[in-house]
Design a protein around this ligand. Structure first.
Ligand SMILES: Nc1ncnc2c1ncn2[C@@H]1O[C@H](COP(=O)(O)OP(=O)(O)OP(=O)(O)O)[C@@H](O)[C@H]1O
Ligand SMILES: [Mg+2]
Length: 233
């Protein structure tokens, strides 16, 4: 049984020294996250960075939130399907936190312990920013729960910044008619954007702002260079 009094990063596997003769283990395992507004290119760049690191001989694990482990994927379905007003903001925070705890325990920490870089499409910053944009008064609870139940921050966070209107037109192209921007509203995306910009300012050590208004390959080149520097490869 899992002792929930312990944060799941106990022992800080990120700092585990390189092991054995496997050359992949010679590099430092690194927990990398992608954040940014809807449609900014997070999933695209997470996939491209994963491919790039593979081409450099590493064995990265690509994952996403909410979800990323069997239990967390079940919670994802609870969060993303059904009546949008199904959960109160408080219950939603608890569900996100429960999903994240399972994801960290079952997927992220084991991969880092094996010496694999982990690339995650959204993580705790998304909860912080979305919650801040909807119910700012709950931000302290989000942070408190994170400290108590998750206890891990990424080593490197790419925040893809771009104009929400531009992201909207990409989303429309992608979804051919289906568009949740209409549902959420452009002003909401503007609020999220400013939340992410403030986060980057507050955490300059781990956060890198990336200009998302460029061709995919150009963005990947910058991200790959940053990741390689952090991985010391
Ligand atoms: N640099 C780019 N230039 C033009 N189009 C892009 C670029 N990056 C991604 N796209 C396209 O924009 C759309 C949204 O990209 P993607 O799904 O990667 O964004 P996302 O941030 O993961 O979105 P969501 O928040 O919905 O998960 C996709 O159709 C993708 O192919
Ligand atoms: Mg995505």
């Amino acid at each position: 049984m899992v002792d929930l009094r312990q944060p799941p990063n106990e022992g800080s596997p990120v700092d585990t020294p390189a092991q054995a003769s496997d050359t992949r283990a010679m590099t430092r395992p690194l927990f990398i996250t992608f954040e940014g507004i809807d449609g900014s290119g997070k999933s695209t760049q997470a996939r491209r960075l994963t491919d790039h690191l593979r081409s450099r001989g590493l064995d990265p694990l690509q994952t996403r939130e909410p979800g990323g482990s069997p239990g967390a994927e079940e919670i994802r379905a609870l969060l993303l399907t059904g009546d949008p007003a199904r959960w109160s903001a408080e219950t939603e925070i608890l569900l996100f936190t429960a999903a994240r705890r399972d994801h960290v325990e079952k997927t992220i920490n084991p991969a880092l312990k094996e010496g694999r870089p982990v690339i995650c499409d959204r993580f705790a910053d998304s909860t912080r920013i979305y919650q801040g944009a909807t119910r700012g008064d709950l931000r302290a609870i989000v942070d408190d729960l994170h400290t108590r139940m998750i206890g891990r921050e990424p080593d490197l966070t790419f925040i893809i910044d771009m104009d929400p209107g531009e992201a909207l037109s990409r989303g429309l192209a992608r979804r051919s008619g289906e568009d949740r921007f209409e549902h959420m509203g452009l002003p909401f995306q503007e609020t999220l954007r400013h939340g992410f910009l403030a986060l980057a300012k507050d955490h300059p050590k781990r956060c890198v702002l990336i200009d998302g208004n460029r061709p995919e390959a150009q963005i990947t080149t910058e991200i790959a260079a940053r990741a390689e520097a952090a991985l010391a490869i």
